[in-house]
Design a protein around this ligand. Structure first.
Ligand SMILES: Cc1ncc(COP(=O)(O)O)c(C=O)c1O
Length: 371
């Protein structure tokens, strides 16, 4: 028996004919950058999220970076975010010249802890950047309240949370901007790199449209510096087809997650994260904490030996990587972040995985946890 950690084939097979027709359509038109396919997908995704504007760029990292630039973030500024995330969140901040300042995470959800954010805000804080890790929104009402109180913008890293909702509103629609990645394994994945920013602010959207296209206002006229970061026509056409299936896939992910929870809720060395169902949680990842006497590494290698592939999101907090040593974060600054990095284990979860595979994973996990 073999259960892969992630397999994109079932989801892509479910819409393969439509994807092929969409790619054919683009080749037929022979227009590949900044065309009507992008415009249509931008409208589709804005409408899906309930946002006024959507701006396609070439990755989630660039979505974050350009959104920060559009918010006026630059050298000398601080951006409060979390270290329990993919490094891209911090890289985007550093690319603007600003300094990432890390808040700790809530031990029950592993999402940004608003109380910790409060302690990190200084006169230099320009933006609060929560990460909706694993597919669930951070506590946006508290975070938005903090932002409003201090006059600080909020920009959401929703790269793992396409379609997740809180208080009946979609991830990415609370802050001045919400940033998404379409990396192929995301809940909404392209067939290559891609990303978007959503916003309700028209002048913010206009700045982003310039920033992604060399700072161009009209052809060969540049009144400010910009870059080359566009979501191409082929990926846009593919995403138009895939976004129609996003809710079905998210519902299926949440259903599989529920089965995992039912099987694992009484296992003492497995700590489940706080419960939430679709559409509050879209289960980009199903993550548990391995607690007690057995190490996460031993459990993971035993699972691998029995044909179950797993992953860790993330084994090393951002500030512990050599690349971020210059941030010089004190060792007792982020106790929850440091602790959970040694415990988190992501179990296989993807549309089309099937309920029998959840059982196989749980059987193998229970065996792997036996001393
Ligand atoms: C939380 C988070 N932020 C940012 C990114 C960066 O997105 P991308 O890989 O499209 O640049 C990712 C995904 O890879 C992510 O998971």
């Amino acid at each position: 028996m073999n259960v892969p950690f992630y397999d994109m084939r079932p989801a892509n097979e479910a819409c393969r004919r439509q994807i092929q027709a969409a790619i054919d359509r683009v080749i037929g038109k022979s227009w590949y950058i900044l065309g009507e396919e992008l415009e249509t997908f931008e409208q589709d995704f804005a409408q899906y999220c309930g946002a006024s504007h959507c701006i396609g760029v070439n990755s989630g990292t660039d979505a974050l970076w350009l959104a920060l630039l559009a918010a006026g973030v630059g050298p000398g500024d601080e951006v409060v975010t979390v270290a329990h995330t993919f490094v891209a969140t911090a890289i985007a901040i550093i690319k603007t010249g600003a300094i990432p300042v890390f808040a700790d995470v809530d031990p029950e959800t592993l999402l940004m802890d608003p109380q910790s954010v409060k302690e990190r805000i200084t006169g230099l804080t320009k933006v609060i950047l929560p990460v909706h890790i694993y597919g669930r929104c951070a506590d946006l009402s508290s975070i938005m309240e903090l932002g409003a109180k201090h006059g600080i913008d909020v920009i959401e890293d929703a790269c793992q949370a396409h379609g997740s909702q809180i208080q009946g509103r979609y991830a990415g629609t609370f802050g001045v901007a919400g940033c998404f990645s379409f990396y192929p394994t995301k809940n909404l994945g392209a067939l290559g790199d891609g990303g978007v920013i959503i916003t309700d602010d028209s002048s913010f959207a206009a700045r982003l449209r310039k920033l992604r296209n060399y700072g161009q206002t009209e052809k060969y006229h540049h009144d400010s510096l910009g870059y080359n970061s566009r979501l191409d026509e082929i990926q846009s056409a593919v995403l138009q087809e895939k976004v129609r299936l996003l809710d079905d896939w998210n519902r299926e992910r949440a259903f599989l997650a529920r089965l995992y929870r039912e099987r694992l809720c009484k296992v003492s060395s497995v700590k489940l994260l706080a419960d939430a169902n679709w559409p509050q949680h879209v289960y980009h990842l199903f993550v548990v904490r391995i607690v007690g006497d057995i190490s996460r590494e031993l459990v993971q290698s035993r699972l691998e030996d029995s044909g179950i592939s797993t992953a860790c999101h993330y084994p090393v907090p951002v500030h512990r990587h050599e690349a971020f040593a210059q941030l010089d974060v004190p060792s007792d600054f982020l106790p929850v972040t440091e602790q959970v990095a040694t415990e988190v284990l992501s179990l296989p979860l993807f549309p089309g995985m099937g309920t029998a595979n959840v059982d196989l994973v749980c059987d193998a996990l229970l065996k792997a946890l036996t001393p």
